[in-house]
Design a protein around this ligand. Structure first.
Ligand SMILES: Nc1nc2c(ncn2[C@@H]2O[C@H](COP(=O)(O)OP(=O)(O)OP(=O)(O)O)[C@@H](O)[C@H]2O)c(=O)[nH]1
Ligand SMILES: [Mg+2]
Length: 199
């Protein structure tokens, strides 16, 4: 049976490492450039439409958002929505500050078990994603890749695209789309399996 999220609760939204919630539950963080679909994917995984704010305006999520999610098995975890990077219209100083904030979180969070790196399937991993992958490898945090917005690619081309992304990133990869809920159950199952195995 596929795992299912049966309950969610917004815990905190903060721009300060000092104000993060106590590290009491296993955590899965979602990272990726602004507008790639992090908040949308978290809503789909949670089965709740407005839990995380989705916007057409890039750079919408500027804080680290923690949501407690409970699975049908009773297991609880934290979903963590990270601020998106690479927002072209933000100043260099603002981009630098965000990068430092996210890095401090990724490096110090003792309960962080997995980072899902989102990559727009049409763009593939670029310099920022490669940097993030090697940074997380150096601090010993496991990663998987969600290739988002596969609904924007003809079905006949999807398999080849995902294979290429896998070759380029050398990480497990799941293709996802909000319309049609493509890959959502598969991604949730992969995440839950990972958390169980790393217990
Ligand atoms: N076609 C399509 N559009 C999507 C998909 N997922 C998200 N979008 C759209 O992409 C835009 C950005 O989505 P968000 O979920 O807000 O992206 P985000 O990564 O959280 O963005 P920031 O908070 O700015 O970092 C919105 O207009 C979404 O409706 C998808 O699977 N397919
Ligand atoms: Mg967002």
């Amino acid at each position: 049976m596929n795992p299912r999220i049966v309950d969610t609760r917004l815990i905190s939204s903060t721009g300060s490492i000092a104000r993060l919630p106590e590290p009491t539950l296993p955590e899965v963080a979602f990272a990726g450039r602004s507008n790639v679909g992090k908040s949308s994917l978290l809503n789909a995984l949670s089965g709740r439409k407005g839990l995380f704010k989705v916007s057409n305006t890039p750079g919408r999520t500027r804080t680290i958002v923690h949501v407690e999610a409970r699975l049908d098995t009773g297991q609880k975890l934290y979903w963590v929505d990270l601020p998106g990077y690479g927002y072209a219209r933000a100043s260099h100083a603002a981009q630098q500050a965000w990068a430092e904030f996210i890095q401090a979180y990724l490096q110090t969070r003792s309960t962080l078990r997995l980072v899902v790196i989102l990559v727009d399937c049409r763009r593939g991993p670029e310099a920022e994603e490669q940097q993030l992958l090697s940074f997380l490898q150096s601090v010993g945090v496991p990663t998987i890749i969600a290739a988002t917005k596969v609904d924007r690619v003809p079905r006949s081309k999807q398999r080849a695209l995902l294979d290429r992304l896998h070759r380029e990133s050398q990480r497990p990869i799941v293709g996802t789309a909000i319309p049609g809920r493509i890959g959502i159950d598969a991604l949730l199952a992969t995440i839950v399996r990972h958390i169980k195995d790393s217990d």
